[in-house]
Design a protein around this ligand. Structure first.
Ligand code: ZN
Length: 166
């Protein structure tokens, strides 16, 4: 059963890993949901919707190729897309399969691992080169960018700020 890795990856390494995974699992024109539908069965992951309990927006890893992402009943598909990518970031970056405990990670908090999972999610869903081109095409409109990348307008805005697109 897995345990938690400490997590101290440079941002560039996290982005590189996210691009690798995107290149494997996204086909041209895919929405995030279509990519998840393809990749989760391969990775052994499943999505479970929960209502009013503290598993919301968490990842449970039972073993390699056996994990579950819990989504809240009430959130938008766009927010869920980012949450799933964030939890996949934890799965790829922070799970040490040599350990002996079940692992549970949530989206809240601001420690190093949470930053890394967010970097992973941002690059996985909004790869830098493509996002920069799209920001020009969409005239930096966060609603249009959100629609194009299948994320929330808030996530598109954070991505613009992180890439110093202003
Ligand atoms: Zn997290």
């Amino acid at each position: 059963m897995p345990r938690l890795k400490k997590g101290e990856y440079p941002k560039s390494a996290v982005a590189h890993l996210a691009r690798e995974k995107r290149d494997i699992f996204f086909k041209p024109g895919d929405t995030p949901q279509e990519a998840y539908d393809r990749m989760l069965p391969i990775l052994g992951g499943k999505i479970t919707t929960v209502f009013g309990d503290d598993r919301e927006e968490t990842l449970r890893v039972a073993a390699k190729k056996d994990f579950e992402i819990y989504l809240p009943f009430s959130t938008s598909g766009a927010r869920n897309n980012f949450t799933i990518a964030h939890e996949l970031g934890h799965y790829f970056l922070h799970t040490d399969f040599e350990g002996d405990q079940e692992l549970l990670l949530n989206r809240r908090g601001s420690n190093r691992r949470e930053w890394e999972a967010n970097w992973f999610a941002a690059e996985f869903l909004m790869p830098e080169d493509e996002f920069r081109r799209s920001a020009v095409e969409c005239e930096k409109n966060e609603m249009r960018l959100a629609l194009k990348f299948g994320v929330s307008p808030a996530a598109a805005n954070v991505r613009m700020s992180a890439l110093n697109i202003d």
